[in-house]
Design a protein around this ligand. Sequence first.
Ligand code: F6P
Length: 356
Amino acid sequence: MAQKIGILTGGGDAPGLNAVVRAIVVNGIRHGYEVHGFMDGWAGVLNGMARKLTLEDVEDIHRQGGTIIGTSRTPIFPKKGSPDRSGEAVEKLKNLDIYALLAIGGNDTVGEADKLYKDKRFPNIIGVPKTIDNDLNATDYTFGFNTAVNIAMEAMDRLHTTTKAHHRVMIVEIMGRDAGWMTLEAGMAGGAHIVLIPEIKYDFNEVCNVVKKRYESGKEYTMIAVAEGCEEADISKKGTDAFGNVKLGGVAKDLEARIQLFLDKEMKKPYPEFKYECRSMQLGHLQRGGAPTAFDRILGTRLGLKAVELVKEGKFGVMVALSGTDIVAVPLEDGVKLLKTVPKSRYEEARVFLGI
Ligand code: F6P
């Protein structure tokens, strides 16, 4: 009887997920395993919702966004008041005769995999780092990030023309939770005149001064890239999702109102009939949708292939990761022990273009 590999995807989807699933199924079957996909992350494990994946199931899916096995943020360890359901999950995995579990996810999913490995109730576990936020430690990149950055860059390219035509200030809000990677890279690629990230508390007066200077020097528009988790956001007022996670989003709207006030009060009209205006746009889930870039397809594929090789070698308690151009295995805990945020030196590079 073939040994069974179980796979699940947890947290927000990320372009490249289907490439991972395809690579695991293709390489798993090649090595004589059966691959079973749990539907909707840990929710599927708790409900015993798994299906055997065939080569037909994964044909051509590497080019599709989303994930054919669904995803959810359902936790199994206690989180913000939710009960400990890890025992039930382990029981289900054992009842279904799962030999090894590949947990594809971000900090939450890989963190829970690490706990299951450490308490030895289900040690045959491997993590695969997935998130558009790129905030998992011990890997140079997570898949999904590159696609999301490209989507944000394209949006900024389009917004540039309309913003310039109206001589406006345009604020583009970019996802990423507590990490500013997407905003930094999309801001740089998209030519934002101001980039605001959660790692560095921003100064509202400086933002206004840059806007003013640009107008005064004849550059009659300004593009601002702001990360959803930026310091000025009053997240205490935000709601939470069904699993207790703070729902971010809305920073750009707040900033828009404040900048408009500044423009009304502090900027002289260039001529009586004209008024300077500020607009904002929250890119939101657009950044997670659609086809993955070649980079994410290849990264996802290579991570999936490696995860199966590790199962074959009996190497568990690890996360597959990108190190330079190599796919390596690092301890699960290294992936999640701290959030990978933008270092000051990277931010300084973007600041060279402040207002330019
Ligand atoms: O973690 C990925 C991410 O897209 C974050 O950037 C964002 O804050 C969050 O997920 C949104 O989550 P949801 O899809 O549950 O609204």
